[in-house]
Design a protein around this ligand. Structure first.
Ligand code: IMP
Ligand code: MG
Length: 178
C-alpha cells in the first residue's frame, strides 16, 4: 500500500500485514508456552483491539475464553470526581488467569485504569498484552508484559487503530506523515 489520506492527514506504510502476523504469532507462541495446562481469560479492550484479539486468539492453543469490554469515564456524584468503569465486564475474574488485550499502550493512563479495575476482581494472575507500545511516551504505573512492536512516539492507524474513527479497517499499520 502507498500513502493514504484520512480526513485531513496523510499516512505512510509502517508495519506490513505480514510483519503484523509474524508479531502476533510470536506473542501467541510465548503465551502458549507460559500458560500450558491453564485456562486463560482474555479481556480485550474495544474498539481498538478487536482485530488484534481475533488474530491472536486463532493462534492460541491453550484452553481459553474471551470477553470484550469498553472503558468509560463519567462524572461521579458528590466529591468523588471522575469514575472509571469497564462496560461489559460481566464475567467473574476471581481466581482466573487473566490477560488484558490492548491495541496500543501510549502514556499508559488508560491501561493503569483498566489494570486497577481488574485487579480489584482478585484474579489469580493478571498480565497485559499489547500489539504496540510507545515505550518513550510511557508514564504509567504498569508496564505491558507481552509486546509485539515497540514503536516511536508517532501517531499510527490501521489494524483496529483509528484516526477520528477512520482507518480501523486497514490490514496494515500506517504512520502519520509529518
Ligand atoms: P494512553 O492512555 O496514552 O496509553 O492512550 C491509550 C489510547 O489512546 C489507546 O487505547 C488508543 O485508543 C489511543 N492512542 C494512543 N496512541 C495512538 C495512536 O498512535 N493511534 C491511534 N490511537 C492511539
Ligand atoms: Mg484503545
Amino acid at each position: 500500500m502507498s500513502e493514504i489520506q484520512l480526513i485531513d492527514k496523510t499516512f505512510v506504510p509502517f508495519i506490513s500485514e505480514g510483519e503484523i502476523q509474524d508479531g502476533v504469532s510470536k506473542l501467541a507462541q510465548t503465551i502458549n508456552q507460559e500458560y500450558q495446562g491453564k485456562h486463560i481469560v482474555f479481556v480485550a479492550i474495544l474498539n481498538g483491539a478487536f482485530m488484534f484479539a481475533a488474530d491472536l486468539l486463532k493462534k492460541i492453543t491453550v484452553d481459553c475464553e474471551i470477553t470484550f469490554v469498553k472503558v468509560s469515564s463519567y462524572k461521579g456524584t458528590g466529591s468523588t470526581g471522575r469514575v472509571d468503569e469497564l462496560i461489559g465486564l460481566t464475567t467473574s475474574l476471581v481466581d482466573k488467569d487473566v490477560i488484558i488485550l490492548e491495541d496500543i499502550v501510549d502514556t499508559g493512563v488508560t491501561m493503569d485504569k483498566i489494570h486497577k479495575i481488574i485487579e480489584l476482581q482478585m484474579p489469580n494472575s493478571l498480565k497485559i498484552c499489547t500489539l504496540l507500545y510507545k515505550k518513550e511516551a510511557h508514564e504509567g504505573r504498569v508496564k505491558p508484559d507481552y509486546v509485539a512492536f515497540e514503536i516511536e512516539n508517532r501517531f499510527v492507524v490501521g489494524y483496529g487503530l483509528d484516526y477520528n474513527e477512520t482507518g480501523r479497517n486497514l490490514s496494515e499499520i500506517l504512520q502519520i506523515k509529518e
